[in-house]
Design a protein around this ligand. Structure first.
Ligand SMILES: *Cc1c(COP(=O)(O)O)cnc(C)c1O
Length: 352
């Protein structure tokens, strides 16, 4: 009774979420500071009567708030159940194997090849430079491209592509192929490509409430781009599930967006803690890639990443290790509060 399709699936493996609250979680890039206090107000005053009806299938209020935030029109905004869902709709809508391969960096968000396999999209991984940054020339040298996707800053390296270079890349890219920039981590010190949207019809920018907005638990992500691209995503959504975002999530997200002052403050603190952790690690002889995200990617000569991961886990701290050729000796560490970073450094000093 199992389909052939099912047997061929190669699911993504998410970071551990142990029910055990005693772990210090530095493994899935969640925000260590809670969401805006306005989110709590919503939860305290929400009337369950509102749950009797289906949610708004067009997310009109949320889209108009997001459009205002970015100086766009509501019809340039799509939203979904986490940016993972938005990304899967993007893959379905825009990457056609008849046009060639989808290209993305060799080391990047490991959900991209999973969606490719799911939808039968052929892809080509483009090697990074020796410093682990993205080489836009090798993107542009590739032929028979169905489209391009990369996170900026890239994951799990944390390395940012400056906006100038992003625009150079889009300018030189085929106009009839989509460029998707996954900006899950852009609020931790990068410059967003959103201002380029009105200039380039083939640019789609993906964002999430999970990292900088500290709302991974509500599952909400969105896409910004030309209205025709957005209409295509609505067509996919309405062929799959008309109501991927529930009423309470919409209310929570609208409240969070109205309090960007709060988020600027907590995310500045994360940037400070990232700088401090980087210096502390370098002082101990660790090599840290230059990060513009809420995590760092680091290794120490002579240590394997899986050994580092295991040692930290024994001491109650979860970090992320990817068993992928080329990055096996690295671990990825989410930036936490002062206390979390102190615990991390104290384990590092005694164990390594
Ligand atoms: C975390 C992450 C996502 C997924 O975000 P959700 O909105 O929680 O689904 C997408 N892309 C990248 C690069 C991420 O790191």
């Amino acid at each position: 009774m199992f389909s052939k399709r099912l047997k061929e699936l190669k699911p993504y493996i998410p970071g551990e979420q142990p029910g055990d609250a005693n772990y210090i979680k530095l493994n899935t890039n969640e925000n260590p500071f809670g969401p805006s206090p306005r989110v709590k107000d919503i939860l305290n005053t929400f009337d369950p009567e509102n749950l009797r009806l289906y949610p708004d299938p067009l997310f009109k209020n949320l889209r108009s708030k997001l459009a205002d935030k970015y100086g766009l029109l509501p019809n340039q905004v799509f939203a979904g159940n986490g940016s993972d869902e938005v990304l899967s709709f993007v893959f379905f809508a825009f990457f056609d194997t008849l046009n060639g391969n989808l290209i993305f960096p060799e080391h990047t968000y490991s959900f991209y090849p999973v969606y490719c396999d799911f939808y039968g999209i052929s892809y080509q991984k483009i090697p990074l430079k020796s410093d682990f940054s993205i080489d836009i020339n090798s993107f542009l040298k590739t032929h028979e491209i169905a489209g391009l996707i990369f996170p900026n800053p890239n994951a799990p390296t944390g390395i940012l592509m400056p906006l100038k270079e992003v625009e150079d890349l889009i300018q030189r890219f085929p106009k009839d192929r989509l460029v998707v920039i996954d900006e899950a981590y852009i609020d931790f010190g990068g410059q967003s490509a959103v201002p380029l949207i009105d200039k380039y019809n083939n640019l789609l920018v993906i964002k999430t409430f999970s990292k900088s907005m500290s709302l991974a638990g509500i599952r909400l992500g969105y896409a910004l781009g030309n209205e025709k691209l957005i209409a295509a995503l609505f067509a996919v959504k309405d062929s799959f599930n008309s109501y991927p975002i529930d009423t309470l999530t919409l209310k929570i997200a609208e409240a969070a967006v109205s309090d960007m002052g709060y988020y600027d403050k907590i995310n500045k603190k994360i940037i400070q803690n990232r700088k401090k952790l980087t210096l502390d690690l370098e002082q101990k002889g660790w090599n840290v890639l230059p990060s513009s995200a809420n995590f760092i990617f680091t290794r120490k000569e002579g240590l394997s990443g899986s050994h580092v991961y295991k040692k930290f886990k024994e001491k109650g701290i979860l970090v992320r290790h990817f068993n992928h050729d080329g990055i096996k000796d690295f671990v990825r560490i989410t930036i936490g509060t002062d206390e979390m970073m102190e615990s991390f450094m104290s384990v590092l000093k005694t164990e390594f």
